[in-house]
Design a protein around this ligand. Sequence first.
Ligand SMILES: [Zn+2]
Length: 296
Amino acid sequence: MAAGVSWFGRARAPDTALEEAVAREAAAKAVSDALAARLAKLEAQVELTERYFTEAFWNTLDVAYEAVLAHRPLCCIVCDHTAGRDGFEIREDRCFFGGGRLERYVCPQCDCVFGPQKYLDLDEAFVGRDYQVLYSRYSEGDSTENELRAFRSLGADKAGRYLDWGAGGGWNRTLETLKGEGWDVVAHEPNAAASADFGASVWDGVTGGFDGVFSNNVIEHFRDPVAQFRSFHALLKPDAKMAHASPCYDYSFAFTRFHSVFLLGRSPFVLAERTGFRVVDSERDGGYINYVFQRV
Ligand SMILES: [Zn+2]
């Protein structure tokens, strides 16, 4: 009898261990499922909260600006032409990213379209956070081809050193491609640096002496293009070139508050003249539009 118990005891022990293991695994899975469900709910809540507060902020600003814009003078960010709101042709869009109404102005003196004023009035730190929120969820499309095309429009020299302005948040292969070809290219990303993996050295934010600067889908983000071009002037060697490609030399991709200037008509030339450059080349091929500026 005693042996029988012993035999059953030995025989049943593995079953019990197995049952306990299965029970532990089921309990662990239940905890894991509950955590996953809570996380999914939390993520949805964060997204909803972000959307709500973004829309609340910009829609409130729209109400405030409706009163303000009727009285304040508006100043073109390319040529400084200043007039009341009724002195400009108005273009209106809505922001795809919850930024409310986008009222922009066609400058009668240089042809650029600038605005919305509510976005131009924000300080740099706030705009930086606005980009951080945007790029925490949103990635630009791969525009390597147009970036490379802009770079090649510089007629670069293998001995030179070049600056990629707006290298992106890791969504392009531009830098690894150019590095692979033996070019000395330094990366700078003003707005999505935290998520960037450039595969190239990153600009220290100070040193200049570059033989060229190039960008794609960046120039339309400038809120003070004159100041930005003057800082490019300081970064470049005499006679060096910079190429800025963008579809926003037309009034297109206007559905985002992050696009604050569209360099139509005479405005690239006016901008160049005011900042120590001259336009030496331009190319238009479907959505690819590029201007090459040379430092005077
Ligand atoms: Zn103007």
